[in-house]
Write a protein that binds this ligand. Structure first.
Ligand code: URP
Ligand code: ZN
Ligand code: ZN
Ligand code: ZN
Length: 477
């Protein structure tokens, strides 16, 4: 099967130009000057299918490097399966995810890795890779880290919060970092001071402050800044590369920026919720249906920050200056009924997470329209850098010969109304993004040369998505 995408503007992170894209089978064969021949060969009349992308952007498919499909967490499971979550991602122009294999204390890392392969295999609409979560760092976990690198898992997430669930102490963190430093893998860090947060949560509940708003109030930016700094120092000590996940506080950005200025291999990820949403407007929301429990829809960690402290503005700026390198969703959806509602009367029992996997490309494109980032930077922070950061570049994250035919045709004259009614495809009974209007539209999505979404219709088959065997990071200084 040969497909020609013609008349569009090809946008890579390095620049954009009018060009035609020829896909042969699963791979991009050529990126050509518009209408040109290939060694005297009339391309258009020798392909099986022609897609006219006139007036549209042709971009490398989105890569969401932080998702939690059917994650066991908070006494329940994230509500999207690999099937529903990856289909929703495809609708939104994301053609690869990197999901987290979970290891709780006492569990065997490699057993968990096999289990996650079972969950994902034959179920995904788009390609998928894995990071590995480590909670207790057993001796067998350290040898498993080497084995996993050989299996295409080159990044390990540790938690400085969630005591008794995920939290690793500083000694365990250092052990894992030493191993990462030896085998070339990346340490990903959930950077919040868990002990301090646990104390503030108990005090808040005792004082009768039990609504979702207090989820935000008991996870202050100081707890994020402190943990970010500590993680940077431990990485400095061990020489491990460090990628700080879901950064929401401007003070944490400053820590990352300073470490980068010092030449350390430290990187930061933020998420759409930290660019758009706030403690006051979302966690503090109330509705007829839920009263002041409405805010539970946006309970995630790190939490949404106060709109009066300049975090959101700083986060957009850090995306421009490369103090923050990329945007993932931290997609971890829970329904209000039967899941989030476990926390009525006690915000600490609300499962933490927001679902956005379908909307990341659109929400960030709106940043282009609003002149917060450039068109090329949009592609860079949503596709190219995730590919480089996590060892997929060349096949993913770029439109060039030899790359996978993961392509999104994006219409800047189209329009997307997010989440009004049940218009999204995620397995959630609400939308965290209801009412957001995007001046653009995902028109056509190809995954390794196959059209899987066209004109809002899903045309793929479950199991189209294949495991991505990742290499080591291609982003290190
Ligand atoms: O609230 C969140 N972020 N839930 C997912 C787990 C994590 O810490 O990434
Ligand atoms: Zn986390
Ligand atoms: Zn997460
Ligand atoms: Zn359209």
């Amino acid at each position: 099967m040969k497909t020609l995408i013609k008349n569009g503007t090809v946008v890579n992170s390095t620049g954009s130009a009018p060009a035609d894209v020829l896909i042969d089978g699963e791979t991009i064969a050529a990126v050509l000057a518009p209408g040109s021949t290939l060694l005297g060969f009339d391309v258009e009349n020798n392909v099986d299918s022609v897609i006219d992308a006139a007036g549209k952007y042709v971009i490398p498919g989105g890569i969401d490097a932080h998702t939690h499909m059917e994650m066991p967490f908070g006494g329940t499971f994230a509500s999207d399966t690999f099937e529903t979550g990856t289909r929703a991602a495809a609708h939104g122009g994301t053609t690869s995810i990197v999901d987290f294999v979970v290891q709780y204390a006492g569990e065997n890392v490699l057993d968990q890795f096999s289990l996650w392969h079972e969950k994902a295999r034959s179920n995904c609409a788009i390609d998928y890779g894995f990071h590995q979560i480590l909670s207790d760092v057993q001796d067998s976990s350290l040898t498993a880290m080497d084995e996993l690198v050989r299996e295409g898992v080159s990044s390990f997430k540790l938690f400085m919060a969630y005591k008794g669930v995920f939290l690793s102490d500083d000694g365990q963190i250092v052990k894992a970092m030493q191993r990462a430093s030896d085998n070339g893998s990346m340490i990903m860090m959930h950077a919040e001071n868990g002990s301090v947060i646990d104390l503030l949560v108990q005090q808040s509940l005792q004082a009768g402050n039990t609504t979702p708003y207090y989820h935000g109030m008991t996870r202050p930016w100081q707890a994020e800044e402190e943990a970010t700094h500590r993680a940077i120092m431990l990485a400095n000590l061990t020489g491990a590369p460090l990628y700080v996940v879901h950064v929401s506080a401007k003070q944490a950005v400053e820590q990352i920026a300073q470490a980068r200025d010092n030449g350390q291999n430290v990187f930061g990820e933020t998420c759409p919720q930290y660019l758009y949403l706030s403690l006051e407007d979302q966690l503090g929301a109330s509705s007829e249906e839920w009263g002041d429990f409405e805010g539970a829809k946006w309970v995630c960690s790190t939490p949404l920050r106060s709109k009066h402290e300049g975090h959101q503005h700083h986060m957009w700026q850090s995306l421009r200056t490369n103090d923050i390198q990329m945007v993932s969703t931290d997609h971890c959806p829970f329904c209000m009924k039967g899941q989030k509602d476990m926390g009525i009367g006690d915000f600490s029992k609300i499962p933490n997470g927001i679902g956005s996997v379908e909307h990341r490309m659109d929400l960030l494109y709106q940043g282009v329209v609003d002149k917060k980032i450039s068109l090329e930077r949009w592609v860079e922070i949503t596709s190219t850098t995730p590919a480089r950061m996590f060892g997929m570049y060349g096949k993913k994250g770029v439109l060039q010969p030899g790359a996978d035919g993961d392509v999104v045709i994006y219409d800047p004259n189209g329009h997307t109304s997010i989440g009004v009614g049940k218009t999204h495809h995620m397995n959630m009974d609400y939308s965290a993004w209801e009412g957001y209007e995007i001046d653009g539209h995902v028109d056509t999505v190809l995954s390794r040369g196959k059209v899987i979404v066209d004109d809002n219709q899903y045309l793929g088959t479950k199991g189209d998505g294949k495991y991505v065997h990742r290499g080591l990071s291609q982003y290190l200084i």
